[in-house]
Design a protein around this ligand. Structure first.
Ligand code: HEC
Length: 166
């Protein structure tokens, strides 16, 4: 009797496993027949990912490193003309292997208007390929970099205050 119970119990569990397995298999087949669309990146996002994302993070979040955060931060620089130019003159941008000026302008506009989020002022102008062309010809040297950055950022923050409605 005890054995019977065990046996039927076993049969039941085998049955359950079988049902589960067939659901899994049919679910799997269905998923294969109708795959969810894979997320796709456009040309600009791909360029950012390839040439910048390794250091700055795919979403502009670089974590606790010496690489500055871009997400919800970088837009502050766009409050001043000096700051806009600075963003193009940093070595990683001015000397980027993205040699096409328009493509780099597109990447910088993605950085500013997507990654910059709320930090980007409503008055910010998109970069043109002519600006990129001109400014990347005077790349920033790394000497005294942090000091110069602090100075530019301080001026940009002050400029942001004057942009704000009173
Ligand atoms: C090898 C790592 C590396 C790569 C690749 C790189 N960067 Fe950077 N980026 C840095 C570092 C480090 C800094 C800080 C300045 C410095 O020391 O050069 C910086 C600074 C910046 C800044 C200024 C931000 C601030 O808050 O001062 C921007 C904007 C920027 N990078 C964008 C980009 C973009 C866009 C690309 C791709 C075209 C890129 N970077 C590629 C490491 C990198």
């Amino acid at each position: 009797m005890r054995l019977m119970t065990r046996k039927s119990c076993l049969e039941k569990s085998i049955g359950a496993v079988f049902v589960a397995a067939s659901l899994f298999v049919s679910g799997g087949l269905q998923a294969r027949a109708n795959p969810a669309p894979a997320p796709t990146l456009n040309r600009t996002q791909t360029a950012y990912l390839t040439h910048c994302g390794g250091c700055h993070g795919i979403e502009g979040v670089s974590g606790p490193t010496f690489v500055p955060m871009l997400r919800d931060t970088v837009g502050t620089f766009a409050c001043s003309e000096e700051g806009r130019r600075y963003l193009v003159q940093v070595p990683g941008v001015s000397m980027s292997l993205i040699r096409d000026d328009q493509e780099l302008a597109d990447v910088m506009n993605f950085v500013l208007f997507t990654l910059g989020g709320k930090s980007t002022p409503a008055t910010a102008k998109p970069y043109t390929s002519a600006e990129i062309h001109e400014w990347r010809q005077s790349p920033m040297s790394v000497t005294d970099f942090m000091e110069r950055r602090a100075h530019i950022l301080q001026n940009a923050v002050a400029a942001c205050q004057t942009h704000k409605p009173t």
